[in-house]
Ligand binder design. Sequence first.
Ligand code: PGA
Length: 254
Amino acid sequence: MSRKTLIAGNWKMNGLLTDGTALAKDVAAAVRKMEKPECEFLVCPPFTLLTTVKKALRGAKVALGAQDCHFAEKGAHTGDISPQMLKDAGCSYVILGHSERRTDHGETSELVCKKAGAAHDAGLKTIICVGETLSEREAGKALDVCTRQIIDSVPENATSADTVIAYEPVWAIGTGKVPTTGDVAEVHAAIRKTLAKKLGKGNAGKMRILYGGSVKPNNAKELLSLEDVDGALIGGASLKAEDFIAIAKNAGVC
Ligand code: PGA
């Protein structure tokens, strides 16, 4: 089953006008130079940079995404951003349920699911994140935790066209620690099995499952060559265009 590799940059709360624009321009320039990348590129800057980055990406095959959204279309929700607003700003993707949102903002899988449904209705693709903490892994509960998060966070009517999953072990995010390839393969396979039960084999077979958590140019190849790993969600290394592009190059997808 062929699934187009997705190389996605999660800039998190980083980037002011000057450096954020420069980063987007550098990514765009590198991608424009590529003959025929076999992968899809995506950058997810903070809300304040969305429209500026959109302009900087003009003419380059790099999609734009945001890092969160509300489930409502508009209204009295101070500080929130709706899926329609993201679409209007030029986004085609939104990351939902990142562990930093689950931890910092107490987001539950049920809320993530509601947001994902609203984002799909607005015509956005979602990247739904799941992953276990270190204590959950040490207690042998990684598969159970990720399976539960998939069941509760992915809408019933999600399809491979509107949904991407990202497996991000919480303890690997920003730490330089990466699970063994065996552990990554095991969780990705379990996620695909859970998706098959929930959404049917067809959707599950075509749905992309990204790995995220300390992906760097030097580990991209071994992680991205695993059978059920269909791309990467990259935090720290996406803040340097050179490293972001090197991840795709080293993985052999561009
Ligand atoms: P990292 O972050 O690459 O800095 O570990 C990944 C993520 O949180 O999406």
